[in-house]
Design a protein around this ligand. Structure first.
Ligand code: AP5
Length: 214
């Protein structure tokens, strides 16, 4: 099962991907997490990506396409995976289809996390992320047991640089301009599944599992 999870920043893709991993044991491939790991290790890729991410802009297609190409060849991806945050442009979606076709595979479903922009600012400003395992929390709706500490690995939680208000506005603009065309792309392939991402997390997960037959 190869599933694309896409939607605006803060719509819950990462939260639901982690729940799907626990249920299916298939891996989550998050280009955002891969890029943040590269930034943390101060690699040349990380230094380049940071310039775009700090502004809320997309990292160039060829960079993320290469990251995904390398990752999907790994052994743990052979039975399928959840793509979280990739593809994000038509060029990325087309490149993904070409690389999967080349190995006799294809995207099964593309899940759109649908939610109004007005709901997203509060979610992102209150989000806290584990610097080590990338688990997500929220200061009001999904608190860790110990304030500022990850329940799963005991590392420190921090606010992402791109969750500051001015950057969030740009990320939303970029989503509507560059990523929303994927709705028609996957609709035309009969692969689009739309989920109401404004519901509480448990309900989103219930409908997601039903829709995917996971
Ligand atoms: P990325 O890390 O992919 O960020 P994003 O797509 O903007 O999505 P987020 O991680 O912000 O949100 P999410 O939908 O995962 O929501 P979450 O579950 O965390 O990308 C970051 C940057 O990297 C990009 O801007 C770009 O620069 C670069 N990049 C990455 N991929 C790229 C690509 N393919 N091409 C080019 N550049 C790329 O939830 C958010 C908060 O809401 C949390 O606090 C959570 O607890 C809470 N929450 C979740 N669900 C619910 C719910 N149902 N109800 C209430 N609260 C909820």
């Amino acid at each position: 099962m190869i599933t694309v999870l896409f939607g605006p920043p803060g719509s819950g893709k990462g939260t639901q991907a982690k729940l799907l991993v626990e249920k299916t044991f298939l891996p989550q491939l998050s280009t955002g997490d891969m890029l943040r790991t590269a930034i943390g290790h101060e690699t040349s890729l990380g230094k380049k990506a940071k310039i775009y991410m700090d502004k809320g802009a997309l990292v160039p297609d060829e960079v993320v396409i290469e990251l995904i190409r390398e990752r999907i060849g790994a052994r743990d991806c052979q039975k399928g995976f959840f793509l979280d945050g990739f593809p994000r442009t038509l060029a990325q979606a087309e490149a993904l289809d070409v690389m999967l076709t080349g190995v006799g595979k294809n995207v099964g479903s593309a899940v759109l996390f649908q939610i109004d922009d007005s709901e997203l600012v509060g979610r992102l400003s209150g989000r806290r992320t584990c610097l080590k395992c990338h688990s997500m929390y929220h200061i009001n709706t999904n608190k860790p047991k110990k304030p500022g500490i990850c329940d799963k690995c005991n590392s420190v939680l921090a606010q992402r640089d791109d969750d500051k208000a001015v950057v969030v506005q740009n990320r939303l603009k970029v989503y509507h301009e560059q990523t929303s065309p994927l709705i028609d792309y996957y609709k035309s392939q009969n692969k689009l599944v739309t989920i109401n991402a404004a519901l509480p997390s448990e309900l989103v997960f219930k409908f997601l599992v039903q829709a995917l037959g996971a």
